[in-house]
Ligand binder design. Structure first.
Ligand SMILES: Cc1cc2nc3c(=O)[nH]c(=O)nc-3n(C[C@H](O)[C@H](O)[C@H](O)COP(=O)(O)OP(=O)(O)OC[C@H]3O[C@@H](n4cnc5c(N)ncnc54)[C@H](O)[C@@H]3O)c2cc1C
Length: 218
């Protein structure tokens, strides 16, 4: 296990009242898009996993974080000031795209709930020319975090709380109502229930377990 390293906070961008992006010094860390880090304040022993949001060609690291009600770490990170120190371990995990499949220009389906869009943002930023469809499930369209990053023809905002997205309903409703090429490789990230339901639906549509990859946040 690598020992933790100290990184300086370079900036905080608030995207909504509860969701923000931390920009952190990278210190030469190399990572594969889709990987995560363990991160906490240097003045605390508590750390949590956060997917790397930035591309692997960006100078700094970015993390997309939602403040959880009564959450210990997600709330405390937001209170940091520029110049404060963070402790980071990683990169960790294997939630990356198969390199061969990328080279072969395979089709990818990315399914995210909430901040589960973070690893897909990193993949899209890091790998030009990806053939993907990204389904982003949120309650309100205001949670379409930096949607201008994605090709509008490849990004589907699924909203349940208003009708201002591209599709009114859950990502699972979208999957149920649409067809996907049989050789598509599917990646899911976010809450467990969404991932389980989405994987069940795609299995019923004939997708094999080798085509389904998941990163569960909670
Ligand atoms: C591999 C991995 C990558 C992750 N990447 C991200 C990321 O990029 N951005 C991000 O915001 N979070 C991410 N998470 C979740 C993150 O690690 C923390 O669980 C989250 O920030 C809450 O920590 P906390 O200390 O504030 O809450 P705690 O004090 O630990 O309380 C956690 C409570 O909140 C619930 N919870 C955790 N996450 C959420 C959520 N998103 N929505 C609603 N309830 C939740 C838990 O089930 C638990 O009941 C990731 C988790 C994993 C396992």
């Amino acid at each position: 296990m690598q020992s933790p390293t100290e990184h300086k906070l370079l900036g905080i961008r608030n995207l909504t009242e509860s969701t923000y992006i931390l920009e952190v010094g990278r210190k030469g860390m190399s990572f594969e898009p889709g990987q995560h880090i363990l991160m906490g304040r240097s003045d605390s022993i508590h750390k949590r996993e956060y997917s790397i949001y930035s591309g692997n060609n960006n100078e700094n690291l970015e993390l997309l974080i939602k403040e959880i009600e009564d959450g210990m770490v997600s709330k405390s990170l937001k209170k940091l000031s520029v110049g404060d120190s963070l402790e980071i371990e990683g990169p960790l995990g294997f939630f990356g795209l198969d390199k061969k499949a990328v080279e072969q220009k395979k089709k990818f389906l990315f399914v995210a709930s909430g901040t589960g869009i973070a690893p897909f943002h990193s993949m899209v930023k890091s790998i030009p020319g990806l053939d993907y469809t990204l389904l982003h499930g949120v309650r309100y369209s205001s949670e379409a975090y930096e949607k201008e990053t994605y090709d509008s023809e490849k990004y589907v905002l699924c909203t349940t709380g208003d009708e201002d997205g591209d599709f009114h309903g859950r990502v699972t409703d979208y999957i149920q109502q649409h067809k996907f090429d049989k050789d598509t490789i599917c990646y899911f990230c976010g809450n467990f229930n969404m991932i389980k339901d989405a994987m069940d639906l795609l299995s019923k549509k004939g997708f094999s377990s080798e085509q389904l990859h998941a990163e569960v946040y909670f």
